[in-house]
Design a protein around this ligand. Structure first.
Ligand SMILES: [Ca+2]
Ligand SMILES: [Ca+2]
Ligand SMILES: [Ca+2]
Ligand SMILES: [Ca+2]
Length: 453
């Protein structure tokens, strides 16, 4: 009896245990199910947020095309105050244009939102009269090695003659898989990754997410990748300073008439000066030019002409020293950084610094270049003049975006070309894999408002 009772109570106890187990099992299944539902929901939410972010990025690209199409002065970078660049709402999504500080002295410590001028960079395909000039320009880039500079020359020149320290087919043939030098122009800066001597460190430097800003992991030494010198300054790689896209049409602002070649000054030039200035000034200027036609740049022509800066700025966009349909690779003195300017012949760090500080001190944005002649001096004009412009026709928009609740991070960099008068996207690259590029403050702002991230 007692045994039966015991056994019954044992059985009851077992049943209870079984029931409890089943209940616990059901609860855990429910919890598990609930959790997976939540994960599925979050996944779907992330998918939706990602799609929203992608749509915001496409919208941002169209916004830049519109800005360029409606610009009052073609070739003038849109003024930062004339467009939205930071935390721009598009429905439930938000986008940012990752920009660059105007001063290089901020060392990546200032987050700047805005569009970037491709003509503010050195063009890997720029034309020079002597390869040594380009070798010197490249050699002044921070972190550049003599070997890589030489290999860049060899990569794009048509011949198989090895520049000292460089690389042609014989070097690439020894690689696995065997390849050869391209012997043609670069189509993107990413192509540099194929060039002999290029390393991740030289290309990216400390700026592994290519946002121009010193992120926490880029200033903590060896604690997190990349390895950096934790000196509180961003040491970017050469990608920061290079482009393949800068190009301007060699037409006057009407888009059809060829610019006037000042190395063959004739009645066209007199007519232009008469129209833009006056008949008497045209005569004086033509007289002071005399028979000299050996100008290697429009800036050198200006120095010789005796024009006032404001006179030259009225005519400079109608002048050229080239007979080609377009001119590629000129550097815009109105947007280029001190680092880029100091790479050019005839511009030392002192002059580069003066150019940038005078530009920052000016109240209005300019497309003129006369103002740099005073800083450069006659020798500087002679050497740097052939590589300078005041205008830009290719803008890059590095767009980062999130969907609702700050989720679904996406990033795409576009280059939009307006050299034909109709803006069009000529480059698009997904940069989301480089990781979050908006800093901890933006992430925290979403976390604090939505409790997510
Ligand atoms: Ca070659
Ligand atoms: Ca960075
Ligand atoms: Ca680090
Ligand atoms: Ca550093």
């Amino acid at each position: 009896m007692s045994a039966t009772f015991h056994s019954a109570s044992q059985r009851n106890g077992s049943v209870l245990v079984v029931v409890l187990c089943v209940c616990l099992g059901l609860v855990s299944i429910t919890l598990l199910f609930g959790h997976s539902m939540l994960m599925a929901y979050r996944g779907a939410d992330n998918d939706l947020s990602g799609r929203q972010a992608e749509q915001a990025i496409d919208g941002a690209a169209r916004y830049v095309e519109l800005l360029m199409a409606t610009a009052e002065t073609p070739g003038l970078m849109p003024d930062i105050t004339s467009y939205e660049s930071e935390a721009v709402p598009v429905g439930d999504a938000t986008f940012w244009f990752l920009g660059r500080a105007a001063e290089t002295t901020t060392n990546g410590t200032t987050r700047v939102f805005g569009l970037v001028d491709e003509a503010s960079k050195i063009n890997l395909n720029m034309r020079v009269s002597d390869p040594q000039i380009f070798l010197d320009i490249l050699g002044k880039l921070p972190g550049m090695t003599a070997e890589l500079a030489a290999a860049i020359i060899d990569w794009r020149d048509a011949d198989e003659d090895v520049t000292p320290g460089g690389a042609e087919a014989e070097t690439y043939n020894r690689q696995t898989p065997a390849s050869s030098a391209k012997n043609a122009d670069f189509e993107s800066v990413e192509e540099l990754g194929l060039v002999s001597g290029a390393t991740r460190l030289i290309l990216y430097g400390e700026d592994t997410n290519l946002n121009g800003v010193l992120d926490a992991n880029e200033d903590d030494g060896e604690i997190n990748l990349p390895s950096d010198n934790s000196d509180g300054k961003l040491d970017p790689g050469i990608l920061e300073y290079l482009t393949v896209f800068s190009k301007e049409s060699n037409k006057q602002s009407d888009g059809t008439t060829a610019r006037i070649n000042v190395t063959q000054p004739g009645t066209e030039l007199t007519t232009l000066l008469t129209e833009k200035l006056s008949a008497s000034r045209a005569n004086e200027i033509m007289a002071s030019l005399g028979t000299t036609t050996r100008f290697n740049s429009v800036l050198a022509f200006y120095v010789r002409s005796g024009m006032k800066p404001e006179e030259f700025d009225l005519v400079s966009d109608s002048l050229t020293t080239s007979d080609g349909d377009s001119v590629a690779g000129l550097i815009n003195v109105n947007t280029a950084s001190e680092t880029v300017l100091a790479c050019l012949p005839g511009i030392d760090t002192d002059k580069a610094s003066k150019i940038v500080s005078q530009r920052l001190g000016s109240a209005t944005q300019s497309a003129g270049i006369a103002w740099v002649a005073d800083i450069l001096g006659p020798d500087g004009v002679e050497q740097a003049g052939p590589y300078l412009t005041g205008r830009s026709y290719q803008i890059s928009a590095d767009v980062a975006a999130v969907g609702r609740h700050g989720r679904g991070y996406r990033r795409t960099r576009f280059v939009i070309d307006n050299s034909t008068g109709t803006p069009q996207i000529i480059y698009r690259r997904n940069l989301a894999s480089l990781g979050w590029a908006l800093g901890s403050d933006v992430r925290e702002s979403f976390a604090s408002t939505k409790g997510i991230q």
